[in-house]
Write a protein that binds this ligand. Structure first.
Ligand SMILES: [Zn+2]
Length: 241
């Protein structure tokens, strides 16, 4: 098992402005305003929390796994990772992480991937792509903004373990997370997040048992003075690889 030190948060649950549990198979959509912090808690351990991120003012400007990986020079996400958008904005920064690493290579499960990875009969089982779509369409209806299937792109899988072998192989392994482990992200600009708390019943990653997560959100707190919030650019806009 991977040895991870992680980094703890000083935030207290009673100071949070939002505290809710999201069941496995449910979606969660919300704008996290600049300076706010969101914590996702893996309540039972080894749950996969598939998450999409968008510039709240322009959904075409969205999380880019490729730019994030290149900018930080690592494929695993953990404390200090800045989530970079397709327009090279820093959407959020991971500010605490007791799990140690998170995946952004594995993508989200879908009816199609269930058939390919498992068996044809799994086609009708609920998958993250459907939760994303359900969340996106509900948000679109609520806000009147255009947001649909074409907006569902690269995601992060919090708490999921997808190690890369020395020769570049990708494998889905037993999780490195555990009950009560969490990840915290600070919004560097107003960011829309769309979570699918993965309903997957066929993957040993979650012990074939998808479980709920807890979501907490804080406004600026006593740490705000130390934080360098505000719109940031990566400073590498000219770089087109
Ligand atoms: Zn999934």
């Amino acid at each position: 098992m991977l040895e991870t030190l992680g980094s703890m948060s000083e935030r207290e649950a009673e100071d949070a402005i939002f505290d809710e549990t999201v069941d496995a198979g449910d979606s969660f959509v919300r704008e996290i305003l600049e300076g706010q912090t969101i914590r996702i808690v893996d309540l039972k351990g080894n749950q996969a929390v598939d998450t999409l991120f968008y510039n709240a003012h322009n959904y075409a400007d969205r999380y880019s796994a490729q730019d994030t990986i290149r900018e930080q020079g690592n494929i695993y996400l953990t404390t200090g990772t800045r989530l970079i958008s397709t327009e090279r904005n820093v959407l959020m920064t991971i500010t605490a992480d007791t799990c140690g690493r998170h995946d952004t290579l594995g993508g989200a499960c879908s009816a199609e991937s269930n058939m390919v990875r498992y068996v044809l009969e799994k086609r009708h089982m609920h998958a993250c792509r459907q939760s994303f779509l359900k969340g996106a369409l509900a948000w679109s209806q609520k806000t009147g903004r255009e947001f649909d299937k074409r907006d569902l792109t690269a995601n992060i899988n919090f708490f999921m373990n997808v190690p890369v072998t020395p020769d570049g192989g990708l494998s889905f392994e037993d999780g490195v997370s555990g009950a009560g482990k969490y990840v915290e992200l600070r919004a560097e600009m107003d960011t829309l997040i769309v979570i699918s708390n993965c309903p997957q019943l066929n993957n040993p990653c979650n012990g074939y048992d998808p479980t709920p997560v807890r979501i907490l959100i804080w406004n600026h707190n006593h740490q705000a003075g130390k934080q360098q919030t505000g719109k940031q650019q990566t400073g590498k806009q000219e770089q087109h690889v």
